[in-house]
Design a protein around this ligand. Structure first.
Ligand code: SF4
Length: 338
């Protein structure tokens, strides 16, 4: 194989011609606004670029600076995040903005160790911020980099992130950290795709062992743990005015702060009677769990719980709901129309 330095130069040349344009990216060095880099990096965790673009643009209009974000109500922040999932990210962004205002004059520190002390910023995000916002020679290892490196070196075993990092770090140019990281991610997203990679147009085709051996699509070997299955019940509790009972989830869990229709797991004692099944189920897949909820209906005069409010369907958009609960809202809409 040719030297890593030559590979990096060839990839950068490809990137300057074929790299994607994105609202949080510039070509030719660091982005002018580290805040935009930070927000985009958090949004892009577990979410595709295509989905993130609209959310990012809207977010920057709603909260154009770290100060405006820090001063906003959490509920407004969650509403802006609605549909992106993994709401802990939004809560930590909000908390982090407040720390940045209180302790760092509203600026994002250009230092990996300091970044790691902030809420919601782990090693990957810290490296990405250093790289894209400050053009440091950080080696960012995401799924694209893992796939490309595994194929380039023809690694047919289940690779570990550290093993890939040790290879990838040798490619990172000292003076073009931001462009190089964008380049390799774009190569993974547009050329070295998980299935049907476009090897004939790849700038690294003459060095790539997987391509030469015709085994690119079998690499990397991914061993996924089986998802746990959970079941539960959800009640559409309606009052005489046509409002549905919703409540705000408390505590510190994944979905805390969001609104939901009353529901519980199968193993918990049921909130209400299961006498009126709707004959519908909502299935939602979280990272490690597949949850199936049977839907029940209940008509009431007053709120049978000590919490929650009745809200008419036309007002649902005023409240932040999780993706799971928005599936329930779609079910209510479908029933209204039929
Ligand atoms: S040659 Fe093919 S498999 Fe190898 S890095 Fe390029 S696109 Fe991926």
């Amino acid at each position: 194989m040719v030297s890593e330095r030559t590979c990096a130069v060839e990839l950068l040349t490809w990137f300057y011609h074929h790299g994607r344009d994105m609202p949080w990216r510039v070509k030719g060095g660091a982005h002018f606004d580290p805040y935009a880099v930070w927000i985009s990096e958090i949004m892009l965790q577990q979410t595709t670029v295509k989905t993130v673009v609209d959310y990012f643009v809207r977010w920057m209009q709603l909260f154009p600076t770290i100060e405006t974000l820090a001063a906003a109500d959490l509920e407004k922040v969650l509403l802006a995040w609605q549909g992106l999932g993994y709401y802990t990210r939004a809560k930590k962004i909000h908390a982090c903005a407040q720390v940045l205002v209180q302790q760092y004059q509203g600026k994002i520190p250009a230092d990996r160790e300091t970044l790691l002390k902030l809420p919601g910023i782990g090693p990957y995000t810290a490296s990405s911020i250093c790289c894209f916002a400050f053009n440091m020679p950080e080696t960012v290892v995401d799924g694209n980099v893992i796939r490309i490196m595994a194929r380039l070196y023809g690694l047919t075993h289940a690779v570990k992130r550290e093993e890939i990092y040790q290879k990838a770090v040798r490619f990172t140019p000292p003076d073009k950290g931001a462009d190089y990281a964008s380049a390799i991610m774009d190569l993974g997203a547009t050329v070295c795709t998980p299935s049907k990679p476009s090897c004939p147009i790849c700038p690294w085709r003459q060095y790539c062992l997987a391509c030469q051996q015709g085994i690119a699509e079998q690499i990397p070997l991914i061993v996924k743990p089986p998802k746990k299955e959970k079941k539960g019940s959800l009640w559409l509790v309606q009052n005489q005015e046509g409002g549905f009972l919703i409540r705000q989830r408390s505590g510190k869990g994944l979905l805390s702060g969001l609104f939901e229709f009353p529901w519980g797991y199968e193993e918990e004692s049921p909130l209400f009677s299961r006498d009126f099944p709707l004959g519908k189920q909502i299935v939602h897949v979280f990272t490690h769990v597949k949850l199936t909820l049977d839907i029940y209906t209940l008509s009431v005069q007053t709120n049978p719980l000590s919490e929650g409010i009745f809200v008419k369907p036309e007002d649902f958009q005023k409240y932040p709901f999780s993706t799971l609960m928005r599936k329930v809202i779609r079910l209510i809409d479908t029933r209204k129309r039929s």
